[in-house]
Design a protein around this ligand. Structure first.
Ligand code: PEP
Ligand code: MN
Length: 258
């Protein structure tokens, strides 16, 4: 299997013919869980495997991730399937041995304003998925991207994941307008994370299809085959069979629109 370099990985998001699909669990929970999911997702033609191992949870008593052990399992899943991997980093301490094996570094919503972390992420030279903070304006989000760019690393992928509004029925409100606005303001690809926007799995299909129709470059969707047992974000997780049904529709949309 040919290993893709940082530029080749980043260029996958510039494919005008296809919506890039990133899927995986909110958190890596065990070796078996991530290997089993990765094999299923690979068969479904997913492009990237996601999985959190350092989890910045709102509640400090909630599951905080398997940390380095989780990274080892995620890397094992990459080795087994060939799927490139993306994972959130909340610090670069102790990461030297892992960086080479991680294909995209995710900067989470909570850390979009952590300028020291953005600079450190930029300096790795890896593609960076920069999530929008739930209360950030477009300008603030672009300025966060600028911190990464200033290190000489322009391999930035923007990710809209819902912003906080007065609505409480859904976890956040998906700002689909971010797609045309960011396309006008910068040249970075923009992907949509409908899972954290919705907070509930029944909403994911509609918002995914709407995002593709609005011209996003990719989607990042959380999956878990036993959502009731998930250690984080089970309510918004799709089963792999449910994701597959959506991916079939996305392929059709891609054919019409891209
Ligand atoms: C995640 O993608 O695992 C995550 C924690 O998302 P966010 O930073 O958008 O809350
Ligand atoms: Mn999550």
């Amino acid at each position: 299997m040919l290993k893709k370099n940082n530029k080749e990985i980043y260029d996958l998001f510039k494919n005008d013919n296809k919506t890039v699909i990133i899927a995986g669990p909110c958190s890596v929970e065990s070796r078996e869980q991530i290997l089993d999911l990765a094999i299923k997702l690979k068969r479904m033609d997913v492009d990237f495997l996601r999985g959190g191992t350092f989890k910045p949870r709102t509640n400090p008593h909630s599951f905080q991730g398997l940390k380095y052990e989780g990274l080892d399992y995620l890397i094992a899943a990459k080795k087994k399937t060939g799927l490139p991997i993306i994972t959130e980093m909340i610090s670069f301490d102790g990461m030297d041995d892992y960086l080479e094996k991680i294909d995209i570094i995710q900067i989470g919503s909570r850390n979009m304003f952590n300028y020291d972390l953005l600079t450190k992420a930029g300096k790795t030279g890896k593609p960076i998925l920069l999530k929008r903070n739930l209360a950030a304006t477009y300008e603030e989000w672009l300025m966060a991207a600028e911190y990464i760019s200033m290190t000489g690393n322009n391999k930035i992928i923007l990710c809209e994941r819902g912003i906080r509004t007065y609505e409480t029925e859904t976890r956040n409100t998906l700002d689909i307008q971010a797609i045309p606005v960011m396309k006008k303001k910068c040249r970075f690809p923009i992907i949509i994370d409908p899972s954290h926007a919705a907070g509930d799995s029944y909403i994911i299909e509609s918002s995914s299809l709407a995002s593709v129709a609005a011209g996003c470059d990719g989607l990042m969707i959380e999956v878990h085959d036993n959502p009731n047992e998930a250690l984080s974000d089970g309510k918004q997780a799709l089963k792999t069979s449910e994701l597959n049904a959506i991916l079939i529709k996305i392929k059709k949309l891609d054919k019409i629109l891209k």
